[in-house]
Design a protein around this ligand. Structure first.
Ligand code: UDX
Length: 433
């Protein structure tokens, strides 16, 4: 199959590279010439474990190409994926679909024969209808199908998620387009991934409902964690206790500082906008968004409280800045609100993150960035772990204690056990325990 991927950002680049690795001929397109030039030189625009090697291997095999020329890439393609960004529109919280619609128009102008146009970007219900209308307008006589095929990749585990998905969702209105999609995904569902064919609007909603449900699960356990602290229970055991019930499931029940990232905050907001437009309020999701928003800054107050309610003039070492480990992504990271709350209270922040510092510099001012965890800890009045990178899981606790001015450890990800940290002489604060 010949596959064209419009948009070489996170979703487009990972999906395109994985399709090539499964033997398809793939061309990735992007308007950003700098990005394409860097990709041609083997440099990745994002940090994702394993991606650089996979790109190199498939470029060398001649199955993966990069270009800024959309017209040439579209001509002769069997499937054309739209994987451009859908940021939150400034002002009203709706998803900004201008890149999606722009791509649709250009595809319509470049179509040469039958092709399936696939929206992979996360788009509100009904976007497929509009994409179809735009292409029809640009190419009144062309034969084409428009399909919704949401992605469920997690940053940091994207290649594995793509190659071994829990399911493949295809929202398609006609058999010809569905058959092309079956061929596109053939290598994967032969790998036993179930393929679910639905109406196009249903597929669009599956993506939002899925992300909103996961955000709800996290927010639920976060509030239960708050209750655990009041009643003297342990949220880790509560998570395990409820998660072992198959109807609930154990995943996404880790209490922490609130969810962040490029998807959950944006997609929950966009779902609320759609629900308003269609007069079908999603009150549970409304509550989730509000609770999560409030939680991030509250985590700053939690650190301040652990330090005796006064941090003016004190220095706090923060380990972990990205919204989760194995990414350099700072979008809506809880660390931003936490650090700002500390600075507002008069504290100085020294921070270390294995991959996120460059992005952090764009959103956080007046932070002293360090080269390693122990440099950040040295001379600080307390240590706060905000993101659970593996390298923070086995810190040399006696060394940490000797470097800190006071042995105060605040662990917002519950990666230590209270007994071991207390035995090492720390005053320990964690989540829901
Ligand atoms: C998410 C979805 O998982 C993925 O299917 C979708 O395609 C994009 O959005 P991602 O944003 O990469 O993926 O990260 P994910 O691993 O889902 O974590 C999201 C946030 O939730 C992170 O801030 C993480 O720290 C937090 N989280 C996750 C928790 O606080 N507790 C949990 O139990 C799980």
């Amino acid at each position: 199959m010949r596959i064209t991927m419009i948009g070489s950002g996170y979703v487009g680049l990972v999906s395109g590279t994985c399709f090539a690795d499964f033997g398809h001929d793939v061309v990735c397109v992007d308007k950003d010439k700098g990005k394409i030039d860097r990709l041609l030189a083997g440099k990745m625009p994002i940090y994702e474990p394993g991606l650089e090697d996979l790109v190199a291997r498939n470029v060398a095999a001649g199955r993966l190409k990069f270009t800024t020329d959309l017209k040439e890439a579209v001509a002769g393609a069997d499937a054309i994926f739209i994987g451009v960004g859908t940021p939150t529109r400034r002002g009203d919280g709706h998803a900004d679909l201008s890149y999606v619609f722009g791509a649709a128009r250009e595809i319509g102008e470049a179509l040469t024969g039958y092709a399936v146009i696939v929206t992979k970007s996360t788009v509100p219900v009904g976007t497929g209808d509009e994409v179809e209308r735009i292409i029809r307008e640009a190419a009144p006589n062309a034969e084409f199908g428009v399909v919704s095929n949401p992605e469920f990749l997690r940053e940091g585990a994207a290649i594995d998620d793509f190659k071994r998905p829990d399911r493949i969702v295809i929202g398609s209105g006609d058999d010809r387009a569905t058959e092309v999609m079956r061929q596109v995904y053939r290598p994967l569902y032969l790998n036993a991934a179930p393929i679910l064919v639905t109406a196009r609007r249903t597929a669009e909603l599956i993506k939002y409902a899925g992300n909103a449900f996961l955000a709800t699960k996290i927010t639920f356990i976060n509030e239960i964690a708050d209750l655990c602290e009041k009643v003297g229970a342990d949220v880790k055991d509560v998570s395990r206790g409820i998660g072992l019930d198959n109807r609930i499931g154990s995943k996404f029940l880790h209490a922490g500082p609130g969810y962040g990232g490029s998807c959950f905050p944006k997609d929950t907001l966009a779902l609320l906008k759609t629900s308003q437009d269609y007069d079908a309020p999603q009150r549970i999701v409304e509550a989730v968004v509000a609770v999560n928003d409030n939680r991030k800054r509250a985590m700053g107050r939690k650190i301040i409280h652990a330090m005796g309610d006064d941090v003016r003039g004190k220095t706090i070492a923060v380990l972990g800045l990205t919204f989760k480990p194995n990414t350099d992504d700072m979008r809506d990271s809880p660390a931003i609100a936490v650090i700002q709350a500390l600075q507002d209270a008069g504290a100085k922040v020294k921070a270390f993150d294995p991959e996120g510092v460059e992005q952090a510099k764009l959103v956080l001012d007046n932070v002293e960035y360090c080269d390693g965890p122990y440099q950040a800890i040295e001379g600080a009045d307390a240590l706060a772990i905000v993101t659970e990178w593996d390298e923070f899981r086995a810190l040399d606790l006696p060394r940490v204690k000797s470097l800190l001015k006071a042995p105060i450890l605040i662990d917002l990800r519950n990666i230590y056990t209270p007994a071991e940290v207390k035995a090492a002489g720390f005053q320990y604060t964690s989540i829901g325990r």
